[in-house]
Design a protein around this ligand. Structure first.
Ligand SMILES: Cc1cc2nc3c(=O)[nH]c(=O)nc-3n(C[C@H](O)[C@H](O)[C@H](O)COP(=O)(O)OP(=O)(O)OC[C@H]3O[C@@H](n4cnc5c(N)ncnc54)[C@H](O)[C@@H]3O)c2cc1C
Ligand code: HEM
Length: 403
């Protein structure tokens, strides 16, 4: 890109800050009109609730702001790359997205979209597309060459469905071809896709692997998503709970994701989860237990009540066995017989645990609804924990900007 082109991109930052979501909303509606087949590739729930439009707007804004040195965006780009690979996005798709993005900039800016500005955005897009396809190529290659690995979609049989709480059910997925499954890093997710008759579309969703790697199956644990107020119930989670039965086949993409336990470390780990956000942390915990790790572990979990509380039993058993694991459970409301040590009433307040949750040199892994992550992040930062020691994952397109 030329210096003049970079200046033109920087000049669009205030517009992107104010109208970024309008631009990406226009972009998606344009792309789905001209390329309706891509509705099978995108999560139409995230289109309905606006999370993907916001996520793309934030990414385009960050790129424009850092056009002089995009290398500072490497961790954000890596996160997107993992998501793309888990959805089988290939280099040829980039031309379609580029075409609709540039046309959308023209259509939304109107007279402000000079030929020079469009040429600058075309160059900027190509530079980013090259960076992303390069990264994705290496992720595909890694996924394909692992033992039990593959790329794209592979059929898996649901061998077992296990109810873990009133609203969370686990699915044990085995490859229909009888082969092995690739190992994964504790904390990673898979994409699962199935046909949704009400939309007449195939729809993918991500689910964190909720057990330690074992070579033969993947376990996911899915919360039945109920729409609040006027919002619709979740399409795929309800279908998985109600329609998908043991023996049915789902298509699965290989494990991906960069929210992973650093297994080389020996320092303490603190797992902080809200609701079904415990799944990737459970995989990390099971991994540490299965490798007989000596690391000190704190498990902090919050949910509405014991009826929706999944996995309490196995973690309690582990706590009794492990010796270096301590758990703290927060319920919105505590039944009288639960007023025992380790159970607290209210939302997760790390302040109430103080030094029990703040350990020397610890890493903090946080997962749950976006407001939960924000609160825990801010509370940890206020207690003096460094930004680098806090790791978090949103169960949807990245919408949080935390620093
Ligand atoms: C990395 C990652 C890991 C994940 N791990 C897990 C996991 O381990 N377990 C788990 O249960 N989930 C997990 N998820 C979430 C999961 O992928 C799905 O998002 C979740 O199951 C809901 O999907 P759904 O199809 O049921 O809901 P959708 O139909 O996609 O709806 C999602 C939400 O959007 C709202 N919505 C939809 N359309 C509209 C509209 N038009 N207007 C307003 N609101 C609307 C719905 O009310 C609902 O609240 C993970 C997500 C990611 C990204
Ligand atoms: C330079 C180009 C691109 C950029 C900047 C970009 C950016 C993003 C971002 C920010 C996300 C959200 C990631 C997350 O936090 O989970 C995302 C997800 C996604 N992207 Fe891209 N992307 C690009 C190209 C493409 C292409 C070419 C395709 C293929 C058609 C594609 C398909 C998807 C899909 C399907 C998702 C998941 C959407 C969802 O879960 O709702 N992207 N992308």
């Amino acid at each position: 890109m030329t210096t003049a082109q970079k200046e033109l991109i920087k000049a669009t930052v205030p517009i992107l800050r104010e109208h970024g979501v309008a631009l990406t909303t226009h972009f998606y509606s344009r792309m789905f009109k001209h390329n309706p087949e891509l509705k099978n590739v995108f999560n139409m729930g995230n289109q309905g609730n606006g999370k993907q439009q916001l996520s793309l707007a934030l990414a385009v804004l960050a790129y424009a702001e850092h056009i002089e040195d995009p290398s500072v965006l490497v961790s954000a780009v890596t996160k997107i790359g993992h998501k793309h690979v888990s959805l089988d996005i290939r280099p040829e798709h980039y031309a379609i997205v580029g075409q609709h993005l540039l046309a959308s900039i023209k259509e939304v800016l109107g007279e402000g979209a000079t030929d020079e500005l469009i040429a600058a955005w075309a160059a900027a897009y190509q530079q980013l597309a090259d960076l992303m396809t390069g990264l994705e190529k290496s992720l595909y290659s890694e996924a394909a060459t692992k033992e039990g690995g593959w790329t794209g979609w592979r059929p898996f049989i649901v061998k077992q469905k296990v109810k873990e709480s009133e609203e969370i059910t686990s699915f044990y997925l085995y490859p229909s071809d009888g082969g092995k499954v690739a190992d994964f890093l504790p904390g990673q997710y898979i994409s699962v896709r199935l046909f949704l008759p009400e939309l007449n579309l195939i729809q993918p969703r991500q689910y964190s692997l909720s057990s330690a790697p074992n070579g033969s199956y993947y376990r996911i644990s899915v919360k039945r998503e109920s729409g609040a107020g006027d919002e619709p119930d979740g399409m795929i989670s309800n279908r998985l709970h109600d329609a998908v039965q043991e023996g049915d086949v789902l298509e699965v993409a290989p494990p991906a994701g960069d929210f992973t336990l650093d297994t080389a470390k020996q320092t303490p780990v603190v797992f902080i989860s809200g609701g079904v956000g415990q799944t990737p942390l459970l995989s990390m915990l099971e991994y540490l237990a299965s490798t007989e790790s000596n690391r000190e572990i704190v498990w902090v979990h919050g949910c509405r009540n014991r009826r929706v509380h999944a996995f309490n039993e196995p973690i309690t058993t582990l706590e009794a066995r492990h010796g270096r694991l301590q758990k703290h459970i927060f319920y919105d409301s505590l039944d009288e017989d639960m007023a025992v040590e380790g159970y607290y009433e209210g939302v997760v307040e790390l302040d109430r645990l103080k030094e029990q949750a703040l350990l020397q040199d610890a890493d903090y892994y946080v997962c749950g609804p976006a407001p939960f992550i924000r609160k825990q992040f801010e509370d940890l930062a206020a207690m003096g924990v460094s930004r680098e020691a806090i790791h978090y994952e949103e169960f949807g397109p990245a919408n949080l900007v935390l620093s």
